[in-house]
Write a protein that binds this ligand. Sequence first.
Ligand SMILES: Cc1cc2nc3c(=O)[nH]c(=O)nc-3n(C[C@H](O)[C@H](O)[C@H](O)COP(=O)(O)OP(=O)(O)OC[C@H]3O[C@@H](n4cnc5c(N)ncnc54)[C@H](O)[C@@H]3O)c2cc1C
Length: 393
Amino acid sequence: MSETLTKLPALVPEPVELPGHLAQLRAEVREFLAAERAAGKWTPGADVWLSGWDAEFSKRLGARGWLGMTIPTEYGGQGRTALDRYVVTEELLAAGAPVAAHWVADRQIGPSLMRFGTEEQRRKFLPGIARGEIYFGIGMSEPDSGSDLASVRTRADRVDGGWEMTGTKVWTSGAHHAHAFFALVRTSPKDENNRHAGLSQFLVELDRPGITIRPIPLLTGAHHFNEVVFDHVFIPDEMVFGELSSGWAQVTGELAFERSGPERFLSTFPLLASLVGELGKASDVDAGTRREIGALVSRLWTLRRMSLAVAGALESGEAPELAAALVKDLGTRYENEIVDASRLLVDIPPDPGAEPGFARLLAEAVQHAPGFTLRGGTNEVLRGIVARGMGLR
Ligand SMILES: Cc1cc2nc3c(=O)[nH]c(=O)nc-3n(C[C@H](O)[C@H](O)[C@H](O)COP(=O)(O)OP(=O)(O)OC[C@H]3O[C@@H](n4cnc5c(N)ncnc54)[C@H](O)[C@@H]3O)c2cc1C
């Protein structure tokens, strides 16, 4: 037990206070969002970072300097800190703004290109990412490889000037709109004694010959997911990402960015805000309801402190994988609890066809909630990572 206790700091990075000057940035973002809403440019949604695809909105953010914020200026970014970006993203998510188009590119492709990309790759993609004009997807999961990602079967064989890739990726969010994605691919045969070796990452432009993108409709009919099939697709050497055979280490490094941000506890925040608004219309709110809302708000505050601490650790070059896994486990369960509370505390049924407001937000949240604890690695798998890191398994 005492050995486990010594590992606790890995779960709780040093707390981070946002520098005072960021209050000005936050005020600017809020003012911009209020003006956009007043002009009727979009209506707040739930789970907008996955479903709120609006390329024009992304370009407006890019024009303000609110995308690619941590990318150095010589590549078209703003050269600001991860905490500056944190303030902008949490305001966008809290407002329910349509951020899906640029989300993956801004969150993890930009930082990964700065870490592992070649000069040519950076010059090709980073300026467009910062302008909100180039969108990326994530090509990891396959029909038989989700949690057990090391078992991916998409493979690439060496050919003159590059690689020839064949296989199928699945559950690829937004691939039908995206310009490119990162694919995790087997580039040398599997070694059962070292399953993580022989995997590499490619930057795949999705308009290459031999690529077929098929929709996997949601139960609602909405098109969000795709199956992406590669039939002998040529990938030039210039699009190998990072080191050959280092794909596993690179992917797991990216996951710390992917798992710990404010999107892991704010997907249903607009619903919570709307719930409070609905409750406020009643002449009297009973003590149990008030306690429940108070508990939800205080947990939100705690999750934010944890997520900010991970952002601070990432900013100082650490790899806080355990803490990031914990934020995602606790945060995504919390997002679901907001949906449950909304169903129980007011008598307004979900209605996807309703005017913007509580009933519509609730419908969107109910439809998306099953995915919260799955995407980016399931909670069961995350708990396994935490337990291993704590020396418990
Ligand atoms: C909304 C959404 C968006 C997504 N977007 C993308 C995307 O853009 N790109 C992409 O590549 N993928 C994407 N995914 C796929 C996602 O990453 C996988 O669904 C996830 O990793 C789980 O894999 P799986 O579906 O194959 O389930 P499986 O791995 O088959 O898991 C099935 C069940 O078994 C449990 N399980 C599996 N292994 C273990 C274990 N070792 N210990 C305990 N329990 C275990 C899991 O927790 C789960 O409950 C998305 C998924 C969702 C829901």
